[in-house]
Design a protein around this ligand. Structure first.
Ligand code: PBG
Length: 327
C-alpha cells in the first residue's frame, strides 16, 4: 500500500494523542450550580439529582471545601425560599437564602467567584418566571422585579448575575439599574438562548419551581428554532450582555456551534439537570460507564464551541482533568 496519509500515526499512544488534542478543557472553565435554601443547619439530598444536595447558607463550608480541593472556584447560586407569594418578593429579600449565602461565601471562601441565577420562578407561588397578568407573564412589570433582584444579589457581594427568565429587555433593565447604583463593573451572563425544555424536569423538583399551571412556552424558546436563537443572542449582546449562554447543552450542540461562531463574547453552555439525571440513572443501571460518558459529553460541548461549562459534574470533571482523561 502506498498511503501518504495515515491518520493512525497520530493515535499510536496516549502521549501523542494528548499532544494533538484539538479541544483543551480547563478547570477554570467549569461552573458548579449550587442550591441554597432558606433556614439553618440543613444539608439534604435532592432525590431527582442523585449526588446533589440543598444547603442552608450556614452549611456551605463542606461543599465549598470539596470544590476548592478539586480546583473549581466558580459557583452559580439558586435560591429556595421558605415562603412564596404572587410576585416572588423573596427574590430580592436582603436576608434571602441567596443573599445570605453570598455574604457567607465571600467571608469564609473569598477566593470563590459567585454568580447568581436571577429568576422569579423559585419565588412565585404560581411557579412562573415573572409577574402574572391573567394567565400570562407580564414582560415589562417583570423587568422591574428582575432588576431589583439582581441589584440585591450584587449588593450582597455577587461577582456576576445571570438572568434566566427570558423576558425581553431584561439585560438592558438589569444593566441600567446596576450602573445607576455604582456597579458598572459587575458583568451579566445572559441565559440568552434558553429553550423551553423537558430537560429541566429534575431541577424543578430540586428547586420546587414547576409552574402550577400551563408551561413556559410563552417566554422560553421553541426548540424547532435555531435562527431565533441567533436573534436572542444578538439582542442580549446589543443590550450589554458580557457572556451569553445556550441552554440546555447536549441536544443543542448545533446552536452552541453557531452562537460561538457568530458572536464576539464568551459563550457558556449549561448542561442541565435532565442531562445529569439521564447519565446518573443509566450508569446506576449498569448500562454505561459514568466517568467515560461524563468526559465524552463535556468535551463535546467544548468542541462545539463553548468557552464555559455549567455542570453538576464539575467536581468529577476536575478530577478527570487531574487524571489526564480529558484536557
Ligand atoms: C430558572 C432556571 C431553570 C433552570 C435554570 N434556571 C428552570 C426553568 O427554567 O424551568 C434549569 C437548570 C437545570 O435544569 O439544571 N428559570
Amino acid at each position: 500500500m502506498e498511503l501518504l496519509n495515515r491518520p493512525r500515526r497520530l493515535r499510536s499512544n496516549q502521549t501523542i494523542r494528548n499532544m494533538v488534542r484539538e479541544t483543551r478543557v480547563s478547570k477554570s472553565a467549569l461552573v458548579y450550580p449550587l442550591f441554597v435554601r432558606e433556614g439553618s443547619n440543613i444539608i439534604e439530598d435532592i432525590p431527582s439529582l442523585d449526588g446533589q444536595k440543598r444547603y442552608s447558607p450556614d452549611r456551605l463550608s463542606g461543599i465549598l471545601t470539596e470544590l476548592t480541593e478539586a480546583g473549581v472556584n466558580t459557583v452559580l447560586l439558586f435560591g429556595i425560599p421558605e415562603h412564596k407569594d404572587e410576585i416572588g418578593s423573596g427574590a430580592w429579600d436582603e436576608n434571602g437564602a441567596v443573599q445570605q449565602a453570598i455574604r457567607s461565601i465571600k467571608q469564609n471562601f473569598p477566593q470563590f467567584y459567585v454568580i447568581t441565577d436571577v429568576c422569579m420562578c423559585e419565588y412565585t407561588n404560581h411557579g412562573h418566571c415573572g409577574i402574572l397578568c391573567g394567565h400570562q407573564v407580564d414582560n415589562d412589570k417583570t423587568l422591574e422585579v428582575l432588576a431589583k433582584t439582581a441589584l440585591s444579589h450584587v449588593k450582597a457581594g455577587a461577582d456576576m448575575v445571570a438572568p434566566s427568565d427570558m423576558m425581553d429587555g431584561r439585560i438592558l433593565a438589569i444593566r441600567d439599574v446596576l450602573d445607576k447604583n455604582g456597579y458598572s463593573d459587575i458583568p451579566i451572563m445572559s441565559y440568552a438562548v434558553k429553550y423551553s425544555s423537558a430537560f429541566y424536569g429534575p431541577f424543578r423538583e430540586a428547586a420546587g419551581s414547576a409552574p402550577s399551571f400551563g408551561d413556559r412556552k410563552g417566554y422560553q424558546m421553541d426548540y424547532h428554532n435555531r435562527r431565533e436563537g441567533m436573534k436572542e443572542a444578538a439582542l442580549d449582546v446589543e443590550q450589554g450582555a458580557d457572556i451569553i449562554m445556550v441552554k440546555p447543552a447536549l441536544s443543542y450542540l448545533d446552536v452552541i456551534c453557531e452562537v460561538a461562531q457568530s458572536f464576539d463574547v464568551p459563550m457558556a453552555a449549561y448542561s442541565v439537570s435532565g442531562e445529569y439525571a439521564m447519565i446518573k440513572t443509566a450508569a446506576k443501571a449498569g448500562l454505561i460507564d459514568e466517568a467515560a460518558i461524563v468526559c465524552e459529553t463535556a468535551v463535546s460541548i467544548f468542541r462545539a464551541g463553548a468557552d464555559i461549562l455549567i455542570t453538576y459534574f464539575a467536581i468529577d470533571l476536575a478530577h478527570y482533568i487531574d487524571e489526564g482523561r480529558i484536557g
